[in-house]
Write a protein that binds this ligand. Structure first.
Ligand code: COA
Length: 160
């Protein structure tokens, strides 16, 4: 069985991430979304909320699983017996950072290949922080995120 892991903060998941999952689900037997607590970022949604929103937004894809994860990605890849690590590439700006990440991950997980998946052009400028900022300022983000995320953003932002 060919298992891929797609890691990220997903705070929150956007249509750009779903686009990557739609594509990846066709290439692997199982795709495990690893919702990671990124120590360098302050999150708006809890890990459980992010996990729930991804599960709801990927119901149409049978081979997608979602798990929360804390720690070194290499340990998670080994635990899951993954052969591939999925990363989305949007613009050239992502490239250098992704090359660094792939280099580190190759050191810790030599048997796992990083696979870069290109986002559709309508999603190349979508980012989780862009969506949060726009929603906070009253922007309509319905074309950028799944419906459950739009609702979650409205609920969060009324509490701020
Ligand atoms: N569509 C839309 N947005 C995308 C995207 C896509 N295809 N690909 C990336 N993004 C966005 C993300 O939403 C995120 O937006 P934000 O900065 O506004 O939140 C931004 O691009 C950066 O994404 P990413 O590079 O995936 O960062 P991340 O924090 O989501 O994930 C981890 C980084 C969690 C994968 C990485 O820190 C990690 O592996 N951590 C585990 C610890 C570890 O092992 N570290 C050593 C690894 S070298």
């Amino acid at each position: 069985m060919r298992i891929a892991v797609y890691p990220g903060s997903f705070d929150p998941v956007t249509n750009g991430h779903i686009d990557i999952l739609n594509k990846t689900s066709k290439l692997f037997d199982r795709v495990i979304v690893a919702v990671v607590h990124n120590v360098t970022k302050t999150a708006l949604f809890t890990l459980e909320e992010r996990n729930h929103m991804i599960k709801e937004s990927t119901k149409h894809l049978e081979n997608i699983e979602v798990e929360c994860f804390n720690g070194l990605l290499a340990n998670f890849l080994a635990d899951k017996n993954a052969c591939a690590l999925i990363r989305g590439l949007r613009t050239v700006n992502d490239f250098e950072y992704e090359m660094h990440m792939a280099w580190y991950n190759k050191i810790f997980s030599p048997d796992v290949e990083t696979i870069f998946v290109i986002s559709n052009s309508n999603n190349i400028f979508v980012s989780s922080s862009g969506v949060k900022e726009a929603a906070l300022l009253g922007g309509d983000v319905s074309s950028l995120v799944p419906p459950i995320v739009e609702k979650g953003l409205q609920q969060k932002l009324t509490k701020i």
